[in-house]
Write a protein that binds this ligand. Structure first.
Ligand SMILES: Cc1ncc(COP(=O)(O)O)c(C=O)c1O
Length: 353
């Protein structure tokens, strides 16, 4: 691997007490090109500009996918990444569906570890802070013809981040637009899935909500995801979450939280959940808690459910199950409790931020 270090770190110019999500990039990035059917030598170099012309294939045809995961500063000063192998596997699932080459494990994991070791002082140490890691793969041939690209580029960039949402969220159950269709690419982290979601989301924001709850593509009768999070509901004393389909992203946070819930001996069902069922539960006071689960926000409590112009309040207890689950996850990530599931991948660094 080629390594070119920055001549001047930008670290001291960043205010670590105010970290808007995804705005400040760390000093270095990983770049690796796929050309002539082969991965070339990977390179770590100072974060900088794209090297391509305006014919860049990914810009025209959307052959592009990404991942999102986080590294944490543990209480002993060390740095650990949360379940990176799950993100690695998911990026390769996205790559397969989008006709892009598989990324070798050594390139992903070896490149990631090296990059984070070099930029380890960019990993914040405050509660609810972390280093957000954005691996991405895009078509990098330079031609405009609607067929798959020949060349591809894999990169990893990172950004120190604070909490994603500052409070609880208000969501609207979407009744018109669709994020993903059957047989489509909803289960991938294709860039285009996000491009298509901004319009309906901005309409919901204009109506006073923070996010939409996506519903099924045929009849909008079943709930699927909430914005860029998987959804968990507590109805009575049973947790409910929609089952994974080709329209739903298999969240790493979702999988981890299901594991934690089962380990507590709490009741959980992965099954189709109708909008009617949830609206009735909310009306009858049976919907005890609702939250989104995802890398960015971790656990995001939902305080209001909007449906056909009516708003339903949902309790957001500070000492409820959502916050208990969030604490359990954060304790594992920050090294305050045992990593008994083997979720954390430690780096060989010891600096403190
Ligand atoms: C559409 C969508 N659903 C769910 C998630 C949550 O997935 P994860 O927990 O792996 O971040 C994300 C974020 O990655 C997402 O973009």
């Amino acid at each position: 691997m080629k390594i070119e270090l920055t001549k001047e770190s930008r670290r001291s110019s960043i205010d670590f007490s105010n970290l808007p999500f995804g705005k400040n990039m760390s000093d270095h990035m990983l770049v690796c090109h796929f050309k002539n059917g082969q991965w070339q030598e990977a390179e770590i170099r100072p974060y900088g500009q794209l090297d391509f012309s305006y014919g860049l294939h990914a810009l025209h045809y959307g052959q592009s996918a990404f991942e999102g995961m986080k590294a944490y500063r543990k209480e002993d000063g060390g740095v650990s990444i949360f379940r990176p192998l799950d993100n690695f596997a998911r990026l390769n699932r996205s790559a397969e569906r989008l006709m892009m080459p598989q990324i070798p494990k050594d390139l992903f994991m070896g490149g990631l570890k090296k990059l984070l070791e070099i930029d380890s002082d960019w990993v914040p140490d405050a509660e609810d802070h972390s280093l957000y890691i954005r691996p991405f793969l895009f078509a990098s041939s330079e031609f405009i013809a609607a067929r798959q690209s020949d060349d591809y580029t894999f990169c990893i960039i990172t950004s120190p981040v604070g909490p994603y949402y500052s409070g609880t969220v208000k969501v609207k159950i979407e009744q018109e637009y669709t994020r993903a269709t059957g047989g489509g690419i909803g289960f991938t982290k294709a860039a285009g899935n996000y491009g298509g979601s901004f319009y309906p989301t901005s309409k919901a924001i204009q109506e006073g909500y923070n996010q939409v709850i996506w519903t099924d593509h045929k009849e909008h009768k079943f709930i699927e995801e909430s914005g860029t999070m998987n959804l968990m509901l507590l109805v009575g004393d049973t947790f409910l979450t929609p089952p994974l389909t080709d329209r739903i992203l298999a969240g790493v946070t979702r999988r981890s939280i299901i594991h934690l819930i089962k380990d507590q001996g709490w009741s959980i069902q992965e099954r189709p959940i109708s909008v009617d069922e949830i609206v009735h539960a909310a009306r009858d006071g049976e919907l005890k808690e609702a939250f989104g689960m995802g890398t960015a926000a971790v656990v995001s409590q939902i305080d209001t459910l909007g449906y056909k112009g009516e708003n339903f309040s949902i309790p957001v207890p500070v000492d409820g199950k959502a916050m208990y689950i969030k604490r359990m996850l954060n304790d594992i990530r920050m090294g305050r409790s045992d990593d008994k599931y083997d979720w954390m991948v430690d780096l060989s660094v010891s600096e403190t931020a």
